[in-house]
Design a binder for this molecule. Sequence first.
Ligand code: PMP
Length: 369
Amino acid sequence: MMEKNWPLWLPLRDDLQSLSPYGAPQVPASATLNTNENPYAPSPALAQAIADRIHRVSQNLNRYPDRDAVVLRGALAKFINSLSGTNLSSDQIWAANGSNEIIQSLFMAFGERPALGFTPSYSMHPLIAKVIGVKWFDGGRREDFSLDIEKAKREIVEVKPALTFITTPNNPTGTTVTLEEISLLAAAAAQVNGLLIVDEAYAEFSDIPSAVTLISKYPNLVVIRTMSKAFAFAGARLGYLIANPEVVSAMFLVRLPYHLSSLTQAAAEVALEFQGELLGTVSELITSRKYVVGELEKMGLQVIPSQANFILFTGFRQEPAQLWRQLLDRDVLIRDVGLLGYLRVTIGNEAENKKFIAALQDILNGEGQ
Ligand code: PMP
């Protein structure tokens, strides 16, 4: 994108002038496989239950919402405890408008010292750091996108970050780190009085246990989760963190009053009541992931082993931007994440996956590959 020329009369911060707004291209396509959403819409029963609850809550919209989202945070604690066998209480949960807002709040509360992350990873971590004015260090990854834990530990000791970010499964690679590795990084972060932030946006798709089980041992460990992916609730905007109660107390300092609307809280509470139905799509998506990976490999492409609802693939001849465009010309929208030689595709429903595979075959065959 061309750098924008801001007018002189606009007192925009110097460090923001060269930025462009984040976001995947929002173009219509019959297979929308670009933002790692869950392709399955809420059932009519869930949609009706949300509408009923919203109707009830609407009768009180002259009043501000529960500022502390007590009921919702309790329901989230119960949900995580049932998934991970933990004994977390609601004072260990903080909820916000998507996990992006959680990330922003972490930088606002703990951003005096630098932050450290390991790219390629979720690009909003450094971008939100920049907008908040937090210095960001990139530790990098091995060529196969795995994390070099010993190197990462050394970097933590050198940089002394207040926040170290790990994403597992990682976006855009789909790769994971083990609980032992997370423990080592949490211990290294503790040595420099830093927090280890484990972004588990895609955890439900992975067979690695959640790092929430380590919070009782490492008070400096913070886990971020979202209802946007496995939970199929991206439009409602609900993300949360799980941490030591002192971390949550710090969130109260930086949150805007009434940041989470009563409509959002109500919709999320209903969705948690339907968790069986919503998470029911996870195993289906994992099966579809295996199918898509198999089909790509049959075409001679290479896929990074993924434990998420998306895959990163390579082995095509053209530039990523060109293949992205060729797919869009066939009504299939995937994601160019700016990695040389790679493209990312979200696992969709059966029709979308088939459309993607057929379009890719058509393009590659057309080139005599
Ligand atoms: N973390 C990661 C790793 C993500 O990939 C995303 C969404 N792409 C988010 C956080 C933000 O999700 P949301 O704000 O919808 O919760």
